[in-house]
Design a protein around this ligand. Structure first.
Ligand code: NAP
Length: 289
């Protein structure tokens, strides 16, 4: 069985690594803040002192850290994966980052005869804990098939989206869909309330029809009840929307609806609501009225 290296044991990475151990894989793990590795060692994994050491001691290396510069650090930095990786290994980045930087990293690794897959996820911490993530994979299909048992230990939907970077591009499409839908839900709820219509009734009446969505069913009732606890935090969503806007800029592509939502979330952040759930977008929509 191939040995798995794991870099980044945050909210997402830790339960994902634990699911790999549960599925019987051998896991060698690194986290910048050392204490977080203890949970993996307790569950039967091994600890490494750098991403380089992880790569030296494994065949398939997974990274899941915060943002684009962090992935560059842990893969291409001084003690990064690239410094220790063996020929024929695979690097899988499961963070949400820039598609174009992903392509650059994949090219650099390819020069060493190392394949890369970008495999960002959707499904949140609950999906990571339950092993039910949706995984969007960019890169060589043969490499994906080699890694499929690993993905199956962490997710329930695994989609090959195309070449390197296309997994990240798919994830950014996902973020356009959820954000713009979230704005539509907030507007419909406010319109219902201003019209004297019970907004819970409106959500119940519409969610099973053509307007139905995860956002309407799950976030709609929270907006009506003024329940803004996270779920998925606005600050994290803003990182992803920034990635969408940067990628669209590279394509000279206007995305007016997405950009508008990004601005409304900025208003949330300016009002100290960045740590609230994305349904707090509704508060910014209300302020306009
Ligand atoms: P998190 O809890 O903040 O964890 C981030 C992890 O990255 C930590 O282990 C952190 O180490 C490490 N890290 C960050 N910068 C680093 C650097 N420069 N060098 C080394 N390690 C570094 O974040 P998360 O929620 O797990 O998210 C991870 C990725 O998954 C992000 O790209 C996020 O967009 C994506 N994602 C998150 C969710 C979600 O619901 N949370 C859902 C889908 C996708 P320390 O422990 O030392 O800080």
């Amino acid at each position: 069985m191939e040995k798995i290296g794991f870099v980044g044991l945050g909210i997402m990475g830790k339960p994902m690594a634990l699911n790999l151990l549960k599925a019987g894989f051998v896991v060698v793990a690194y986290n910048r803040t050392k204490e977080k590795v203890e949970a993996i060692v307790k569950a039967g994994g091994e600890a490494a002192s750098s991403p380089k050491e992880v790569a030296e001691n494994s065949d398939i290396i997974i990274t899941i850290v915060s943002d684009t510069p962090d992935v560059k650090d842990v893969i291409l930095g001084k003690n990064g994966v690239d410094a220790g990786v063996k020929e024929g290994s695979v690097v899988i980045d499961m963070s949400t980052i820039s598609p174009s930087v992903t392509k650059n990293i994949a090219e650099k690794l390819k020069a060493k005869n190392v394949e890369m897959l970008d495999a960002p996820v959707s499904g949140g911490d609950v999906g990571a804990i339950n092993g039910t993530l949706s995984i969007m994979v960019g890169g060589n299909l043969e490499t994906l098939n080699r890694c499929r048992p690993i993905f199956e230990a962490m997710g329930k939907s695994i989609t090959h989206c195309g070449t390197n970077g296309m997994g990240q591009t798919t994830k950014l499409c996902n973020q356009i869909l959820v954000s713009v839908t979230n704005m539509a839900v907030g507007e419909a709820i406010l319109f219902a309330q201003k019209s004297g219509l019970d907004a819970h009734t409106m959500v119940e009446a519409t969610k099973g029809g053509a307007a139905g969505s995860w956002q309407l069913s799950n976030l709609g009732p929270k907006m009506v009840d003024n329940d803004f606890a996270p779920g998925f935090m606005i600050d994290l969503q803003q990182k992803d929307l920034r990635l969408v806007i940067e990628a669209a800029d590279e394509l000279h592509l206007p995305l007016p609806a997405l950009t508008y939502v990004h601005q409304l979330y900025k208003s949330n952040q300016a009002n100290g609501e960045g740590k609230e759930g994305t349904q707090a977008l509704y508060k910014s929509i209300c302020k306009l009225a």
